[in-house]
Design a protein around this ligand. Structure first.
Ligand code: ADP
Ligand code: MG
Length: 249
């Protein structure tokens, strides 16, 4: 049993079958990539995992519990955090102020959902934000406005904000899209470091094969809403079905 178990998930938009019959098992503490041509259904699948979309069929289990029927907020509180294609940070706030937000949310979320009243003070929350900035090499930029950061650093901040919620599963939808090579390489190094330092499962949707092959332990290839192949990276490279999906050969 993986930490994430997707069974027979289907999703239709009007006449378009965006997801056919998706089965996916993600092992705990692994990095699992989902690749596939544009329009394959990758983002739709991710949206079904975080409660942004409700699948028409099938089930999605996280750590033995169904995520279906729960709100994105509740799913987030279960331990799933998501990084969007465009960094979702507060441009007008400083790095420090951005980091405080998920730290507050973590404290107050536990109260909202379970009635567990945390006694964590604002000073303690500030310490938690500081520690995360140190850990993520953002401490020197703590007073910088998020808007003036490089693309790679904005992504770093957004990922740090996700990690401050202490998720067990981190979902990334094309985290290096539109990035220059240097920022892409920084993001690869950052994700590797995150994996080394903590127990976390990462599911990454990615277009850039350099990123995929640098990080993934297993790869699922999605085409027209259906998984074509799932295997280790060395078996995916040059796989005839993958070439067919990408090149129409
Ligand atoms: P990918 O992320 O692999 O590029 P998507 O999951 O975004 O693919 O899209 C899969 C298919 O579903 C595409 O044909 C897309 O146009 C369609 N689609 C995605 N979201 C919607 C929506 N909200 N309404 C209608 N069609 C959608
Ligand atoms: Mg997409």
């Amino acid at each position: 049993m993986g930490i994430l178990e997707v069974k027979n998930v289907g999703k239709r938009f009007g006449g378009l079958q965006a997801l056919g019959d998706v089965n996916l098992s993600v092992a705990e503490n692994s990095v699992h990539a989902i690749i596939g041509p544009n329009g394959a259904g990758k983002s739709t699948l991710l949206n079904c995992l975080v409660g942004k979309l409700i699948p028409d069929t099938g089930s999605v289990m996280f750590d033995g519990q169904s995520v279906l029927g729960r709100t994105p907020y509740e799913i987030n509180q279960m331990g799933i955090s998501r990084v969007f294609q465009t960094p979702e940070i507060f441009a007008d706030l400083t790095v420090m102020e951005n980091m405080m937000i998920p730290c507050f949310a973590k404290r107050d979320g536990a109260f909202k959902l379970n009635g567990i009243k945390s006694v964590e003070s604002e000073a303690e929350i500030r310490d938690r934000a500081e520690a995360m900035m140190e850990d993520m090499n953002l401490a020197e930029k703590r007073h910088m406005h998020a808007a003036s950061m490089s693309r790679g650093d904005k992504r770093r901040l957004e990922i740090a904000m996700c990690l401050a919620q202490e998720p067990r599963l981190l979902l990334l939808d094309e985290p290096t899209a539109g990035m220059a090579r240097a920022d892409t390489n920084n993001t690869i190094d950052l994700l590797k470091e995150i994996k080394q330092k903590r127990d976390i499962t990462i599911v990454i949707i990615e277009h850039d094969m350099h990123v995929v092959f640098s990080l993934a332990e297993r790869i699922t290839v999605l085409a027209q809403g259906t998984p074509l192949v799932e295997d280790v990276p060395s078996k995916i490279k040059g796989h005839p079905k993958v070439r067919e999906a990408y090149l129409g050969e």
